[in-house]
Design a protein around this ligand. Structure first.
Ligand code: COA
Length: 259
């Protein structure tokens, strides 16, 4: 499919999705949100894609929802916009294929929310993070009030949400909002290297890890443990587990097939 506001390349089983409205710092207008919905469903189902790297063109990752479109929204339209965007971000978060955010610059508002919906965040040392919606008389609408406290804790999330302040990559790393920081020039390579290391593993196991963490974290510990045991049992019936264990014992690299 041809996208207006995204570029998508696939190489060595890795889809790189780049939000591409650099003149607007990749702000998420409704059209871009819709395209993100199309691309995540596409890469989730494409057999030749095993993982996704999400990044931005130019000096921003994503500088938020497109403020121009928010100006005249009715209460009903705003609520619907939030619900639509939340559902699409959730498709990233629940993707059985790993999704890495390579945060190359501003990740503000919806950009910070989009990065948080990815499984892992690697940031350039020039990246900036924040949820500045309160400065517009709004709150985050794409999951920020829910994912930020889950990632960094209630107090730090409240601090960022209530001040609307922007933090740099080093501070984002310190509070656990990002998982790694690298020099700007190294970001694409670092994201790719991490993805290659993930994709060396069994795809069924990757999907089971993602689902166990995703569904397990929001329930009770006992429910999470039951879910983990369920996945552990299902994987024991897979050809990939037999191959993984045999390869270890035979001192060779495994060849996983996703079966
Ligand atoms: N929505 C719509 N347009 C945006 C945007 C957004 N969230 N963020 C940036 N842009 C546009 C600017 O309007 C400008 O467009 P123009 O050249 O047509 O005037 C262009 O992107 C470049 O931004 P500019 O503000 O000139 O760059 P800067 O380096 O001076 O500042 C930011 C960068 C990120 C600090 C600033 O753009 C900003 O505060 N953006 C809004 C962030 C925000 O509040 N996001 C949450 C929205 S809910």
């Amino acid at each position: 499919m041809a996208y207006q506001n995204l570029t998508v390349t696939v190489e060595s089983r890795i889809a790189t999705v780049t939000v591409n409205r650099p003149d607007k710092l990749n702000a998420l207008n409704d059209a871009t949100i819709a395209e993100l919905g199309v691309v995540i469903d596409d890469v989730r189902t494409r057999r030749e894609v095993a993982g996704v790297i999400l990044t931005g063109a130019g000096r921003a990752f994503v500088a938020g929802a497109d403020i121009a479109e928010l100006a005249d929204q009715t209460a009903q339209a705003a609520r619907a916009r939030a619900v639509r965007g939340q559902a699409i971000f959730r498709r990233f978060e629940t993707s059985p294929k790993p999704v890495i955010a390579a945060v190359n610059g501003f990740a503000l508002g919806g950009g910070c929310e989009l990065a948080m919906a990815c499984h892992v965040r690697i940031a350039s040392d020039t990246a900036k993070f924040g949820q500045p919606e309160v400065k517009l008389g709004l709150i985050p609408g794409y999951g920020g009030t829910q994912r930020l406290p889950r990632l960094v804790g209630r107090g730090r999330a409240m601090h960022l949400l209530l001040t609307g302040e922007t933090i740099d990559a080093a501070e984002a790393l310190r509070i656990g909002l990002v998982d790694r920081v690298v020099a700007a020039a190294e970001l694409p390579g670092a994201a790719r290297d991490m993805m290659v290391r993930m994709l060396a593993n069994g795809p069924l196991a990757l999907a089971a890890c993602i689902d166990s963490v995703d569904r397990g974290l929001d329930g009770t510990l006992d429910d999470g443990l039951a879910l983990e045991a369920e996945h552990f049992g299902a994987l024991a019936a897979s050809i990939d587990m037999v191959e993984g264990i045999r390869a270890f014992l035979e001192k060779r690299l495994p060849v996983f097939t996703g079966t």
